[in-house]
Each structure stands twice: as C-alpha cells, then as structure tokens.
Design a protein around this ligand. Structure first.
Ligand SMILES: [Zn+2]
Ligand SMILES: [Zn+2]
Length: 324
C-alpha cells in the first residue's frame, strides 16, 4: 500500500493513544473508565493493548471517539534469553494468537487479522538494531514510550530506530503512553493521525501508510523535501533537527547564539508556510542535506524539552517519498 504524506493529505488531525493497559492485564483502570479518561483528556482514538488479552471495548465508540481492540505480545518460551522483554503491540486485533511466541510470529499474527504491528519500547527492552530487524515486517516502532521514561528513563528509542532505518528497515515511528496508572502516565505521548473521517478503517490505514507524526506536545505544520533541501514549519521550538544516516543530519538551535548546522532559520517574510518566528524560539527552518542522505526524518523540541517526530522520507528516483 502506498505511503501517504500526512502534511498534504486531505482531512484533519486526530489524536490517538496506541498503547494502554486496563484491569484486563496489569493496568489500574477498568476499560470503561480508561475510555472516559482518554476522551476527557482530548484524545480522539484509544487502542487498548493488554498483555496477551484482547480487550474489546469498541461498543463504547461514538461519532467523535473511537475505541479499538488491541493486544501486547511478549517473547516467551525456552531459549528466548534477553529477548524476553521484546514486546509487540497489535492495534485493531480481535483475537489473541496464543501459539505465537516470537516477534516475527507476533507481527504475522497481527497482520493476519489486518491489525497494525508496533515494536514497543526498544530501549526499555534492551533491543539493538539487529533485534529490531527481526521484526522489520512491523509497521512502526515506538520512538517514545512515556511509561518507560517515567519508570526507568528509557523512553527514547531514537538510536535503535535510526540504526534500523540506516540498515534498510521501513518502519514508522509512534509515541505512546503505555499507561498503567492513568493520570500519572497518560496523555503524555500520542500520534497525530491525518484522517478524512474518524473510522476504524481509516485509523488502521493511516497507521499502515505512515500518515501521521508522533508527539509529546509540539505540532508539525509542514515537512517538505526537494533535492537536498528540507523545509520544516512547527509550533515554537528550541531546536529543529533533520536526521539521516550517520553524519548526514542538519540542525537549528534557538537563540542569538543558537548553532545552525547546514540550516537557516525561517524568516518572517518567508511565504512558504504559515506563521512567523516567536521571539527567541524557532517556528521553522530550511535544511540542506548531503547527497549521502538516503532517508531523513524531522525532530522538533519545544522549550520544555518535549519532542515531535516526523515519519521518515526516502530519496527515490522520483524525489523524496514517504516510502523507499
Ligand atoms: Zn511492553
Ligand atoms: Zn504495554
């Protein structure tokens, strides 16, 4: 299925939680309370992903709030070794596959039910890029997991994602709460999905097509790449970076002494996107990549250190595209 550029797709943005637990596994809230909680927190979509258990509360969906069934698998059985903490989340799954016992089988089981497979919290799991590549058929990886950050400061899996991308993996990046204690570890990370309308089919298609970006707060308005030039527009940020293969990145930092590497600040008179500069902070910029950059992705960091992450773009014979 062709990937879609979320910044050019028709429709509007919807906020989704793709990873959360209830009392059906080790979460503290029953499903009906968790649905109310996320709805009140301003989300539009909640996928409930209990360990080895499909919690289906989709009857609680309304016109303006969608509840999707889901599951979280973890590797188990003899000889699984350090991979016992290798977890894979399935969104849109209706039945647990109790025979599956390893990450590639989890991904297959999720896809067999037309679900979306997400490798959960690689940093928390102690996974390296080679481990990730064993589940490279997955749709995405959690670049940020709020619960893992709060509990053990292993929320960020950017290095594993980048290494896998540099080795040819085609994986989206999501941010997720992985909430077990709603109120303490919820509404801290999400994906902004670009949808023509709020339906389960559209949510799953957008996740498959990487028609979204991940965030803990900042809003991405535009990511445009042409030739060796990338333009970004966003809410006020203290740093904007365009990442690529090793040594190929570019970045802008806010402030009069803010370092610019292969980049220029966006100026008030620039007309290519909405907005202006915001005091010392950045609301966009123009970045220049070396020809060695075969893929790129954008990270924006606000004044509090919260980030937003675009999905990757790949350099193709027809120019930059949302798939290789
Ligand atoms: Zn997990
Ligand atoms: Zn979890």
């Amino acid at each position: 299925m062709p990937a879609v550029d979320p910044f050019r797709a028709p429709g509007r943005w919807y906020r989704a939680c793709l990873h959360a637990h209830t009392t059906s596994s080790d979460g503290q809230m029953p499903p009906e309370s968790l649905v109310r909680h996320y709805r009140q927190a301003g989300f539009d979509v909640l996928a409930i992903t209990d360990h080895w258990h499909v919690t289906d509360a989709s009857e609680r969906s309304t016109d303006d709030f969608l509840v999707l069934p889901g599951i979280e698998y973890n590797a188990r059985g003899a000889g699984v070794g350090h991979l016992s903490s290798f977890h894979v989340v399935g969104v849109g799954v209706r039945d647990a596959d109790t025979e599956a016992n390893a990450p590639p089988a989890f991904v297959d089981a999720i896809h067999a039910q037309n679900g979306v497979a997400i490798v959960a919290h690689p940093s928390w799991s102690g996974l390296d890029a080679a481990d990730l590549l064993t589940a490279a058929a997955a749709d995405a990886v959690e670049v940020w997991n709020a619960g893992c950050e709060l509990e053990v400061a292993r929320g960020d899996s950017s290095p594993q994602w980048d290494a896998a991308l540099s080795r040819g993996a085609v994986l989206g990046g999501v941010a997720a709460d992985d909430s077990h204690f709603p109120g303490l570890d919820s509404a801290r990370a999400w994906v902004a999905l670009r949808l023509a309308a709020l339906t389960p089919e559209n949510v799953l298609a957008a996740l498959r097509d990487r028609c979204y970006y991940a965030s803990r707060g900042p809003v991405l308005h535009a990511v445009e790449a042409e030739g060796d030039t990338v333009r970004v527009a966003c809410t006020p940020a203290r740093a904007i970076h365009v990442l690529g293969p090793p040594t190929a990145g570019a970045g802008l930092n806010a402030g009069v002494m803010g370092l610019a590497h292969r980049a220029e600040r966006r100026r008030r008179e620039d007309s290519w996107a909405e907005g202006t500069t915001d005091g010392e902070l950045l609301t966009g910029g123009t970045f220049h990549l070396p020809p060695s950059a075969r893929w790129l992705r954008v990270v924006v960091e606000d004044a509090s250190g919260r980030r937003a992450w675009s999905n990757p773009l790949w350099r193709t014979a027809q120019g930059w595209a949302a798939e290789p």
